[in-house]
Design a binder for this molecule. Structure first.
Ligand code: FES
Ligand SMILES: [Fe+2]
Length: 410
C-alpha cells in the first residue's frame, strides 16, 4: 500500500513534476528507428512524459527530435515536409534542421530573425533500431544507453511498440516485475493446468517445468537498478525453477535473455511499450512474436498501435480450453492493467504480498531517483562507469545448494 502523495509522486511525469524531472535525466526511448527509416521520409509524432515531439530523418540521414509545436506560432510539425536538410512547417514555411537552427523564414524579410531564434531540439542517439532522445536540462545528459540487444545488424532484432490507453506507466512497469502472474494469467501460454481450471494440450508457447504458483523472490541491487529471481519448486524433484529478470532504471526489463521491454509514459493516462526481440544467431520471426502476444489480429493491434482487448472467449473458459479466454501475453497483460478503475491505480487500497516484492522494490527505487535529482545528484545508473552492455535475463533449473546467480554466469 502507498500513501496518496507517494502514488502521485510516482505516477505524474509531466514537465515540472518530481518524477517527470527524474525521468528526464535518462535517455528516453522515442520510437522504433524503422518509423523514420528513410531520409526525407515522413516525420513521426511522438508523445512522451505528457509532451509532444516530432522525430524525423533529414536528407543526410541524421535523426532530429524537436518539439511538435512550431516555434513560430505553434502549428504541428507532424504535417511538415522533410526536405533539403530540415523539416518545414506547412503554415508559413519556416524550416528547421535537426539541431533546431532556423534555416528559412519565408514570411520574414529580415534574416536576423532566423539568427535570433532556435526551435527546441533534443540530443538524439540511435542504437539497436530505437531512437532515443535526451529531454533533460542541457548539459546534463549521461552516456547514451548501451545494451546487449543493440549488438549486430538489424536482422537480429524485431522492434515494435504498442500503446495501452487508460494505464499509467507504473502499473504497466509493475506487470513486468511481477513474476507470480506469469504462471497464472499466462498459464495458457505456459501449457500449465492453471489452478486445475484449464486442460493444457501441450502446445503452449513455453512449457513451464513447475506447477508452483507462489514463487519466492530474491532481489539484488545493481549499479543500474536491480536483478530479481523468482524461485519455484520444479516438477523435477530436488530442483528449483528460476526466472531471473534484470531491471535497468527507469524503463527497461529483460524478461527473456537478451530481449528488452521498455515501458514509457505517453502521458499520465497512457503507456507506450517498446519491445525488442533479439536473436544473436538469427532473425526473430515477427509473425510468431505478434501471434504469441495476441497482437496478430487487426482488431486487436492495428496501424495506430493501440492495443484493444477482444471479447473474452467465455465458452473456451467453460470448456477448460483457456484459463483467461484471452489470447496472448500482451492482450492478457493489457486486460489486467487497462481496467484498474482510474488510469492511475489507487494504491491506497491494495494489499501487497511476498510475491510482490519486486513491485515494492521498484517503487522504492523510483522514489529514491526523485530524491537524488531533488538533491542535485545524478540519479542511479547515470554516473560514469555503469556498464549495462552485458545485462541479460535467464531462466533454468538449479539444484539444492546451487546459486541462481550461476545462471547469469556470475
Ligand atoms: S506556425 Fe510554423 S511557420 Fe508559422
Ligand atoms: Fe504478463
Amino acid at each position: 500500500m502507498l500513501q496518496h502523495e507517494e502514488n502521485e509522486r510516482l505516477c505524474r511525469t509531466g514537465p515540472g513534476t518530481p518524477m517527470g524531472e527524474a525521468l528526464r535525466r535518462y535517455w528516453t526511448p522515442m520510437c522504433p528507428a524503422a518509423d523514420v527509416a528513410e531520409p526525407d521520409g515522413p516525420p513521426r509524432a511522438v508523445q512522451r512524459l505528457g509532451e509532444r515531439f516530432v522525430v524525423f530523418r533529414d536528407s543526410g540521414g541524421r535523426v532530429g527530435v524537436l518539439d511538435e509545436a512550431c516555434c513560430h506560432r505553434g502549428a504541428s510539425l507532424r504535417f511538415g515536409r522533410v526536405e533539403d536538410g530540415g523539416i518545414r512547417c506547412l503554415y508559413h514555411g519556416w524550416k528547421f534542421d535537426v539541431e533546431g537552427c532556423v534555416l528559412e523564414t519565408p514570411n520574414v524579410a529580415d534574416p536576423r530573425v532566423r539568427e535570433r531564434l532556435r526551435a527546441p531540439a533534443y540530443p538524439v542517439h540511435v542504437a539497436g533500431d530505437v531512437v532515443f532522445a535526451y529531454l533533460g536540462p542541457p548539459g546534463t545528459a549521461p552516456a547514451p544507453p548501451r545494451y546487449s540487444w543493440m549488438d549486430g545488424p538489424a536482422e537480429r532484432r524485431f522492434v515494435y511498440e504498442h500503446v495501452q490507453e487508460h494505464s499509467n506507466w507504473l502499473q504497466v512497469l509493475e506487470g513486468g516485475l511481477d513474476s507470480a502472474h506469469v504462471g497464472i494469467l499466462h498459464g495458457d501460454e505456459m501449457a500449465l493446468a492453471t489452478l486445475g481450471l484449464y486442460d493444457p494440450d501441450g502446445i503452449g508457447a513455453d512449457r513451464y517445468p513447475t506447477t508452483d504458483l507462489a514463487p519466492r523472490l530474491e532481489i539484488e541491487a545493481t549499479p543500474y537498478g536491480f536483478v530479481y529471481a523468482a524461485l519455484r519448486d520444479a516438477i523435477e524433484p530436488g530442483k528449483q525453477y528460476v526466472r531471473i529478470t534484470p531491471y535497468v532504471a527507469p524503463y527497461l526489463t529483460f524478461p527473456a535473455m537478451r530481449s528488452g521491454v521498455m515501458r514509457l509514459p505517453r502521458d499520465d493516462d497512457s503507456t507506450v511499450t517498446i519491445s525488442v526481440s533479439y536473436d544473436p544467431d538469427g532473425t526473430p520471426d515477427r509473425e510468431a512474436i505478434l501471434r504469441r502476444q495476441g497482437m496478430h489480429l487487426p482488431e486487436v493491434y492495428g496501424p495506430d498501435r493501440v492495443l484493444r482487448i477482444p471479447e473474452q472467449d467465455r465458452p473456451a473458459m467453460a470448456a477448460r480450453k483457456s484459463f483467461t479466454g484471452l489470447d496472448g501475453f500482451n492482450v492478457q497483460d493489457g486486460a489486467m492493467t487497462m481496467f484498474m478503475g482510474e488510469a492511475i491505480l489507487d494504491r491506497t487500497k491494495e494489499h501487497v504480498v511476498p510475491t510482490d516484492a519486486a513491485v515494492v522494490r521498484v517503487r522504492r527505487l523510483l522514489l529514491d531517483l526523485v530524491d537524488q535529482v531533488e538533491r542535485g545528484e545524478a540519479p542511479l545508473g547515470t554516473g560514469p562507469g555503469v556498464d549495462t552492455s552485458a545485462v541479460a535475463g535467464a531462466s533454468g533449473l538449479v539444484g539444492a545448494g546451487e546459486r541462481w546467480q550461476g545462471l547469469l554466469g556470475t
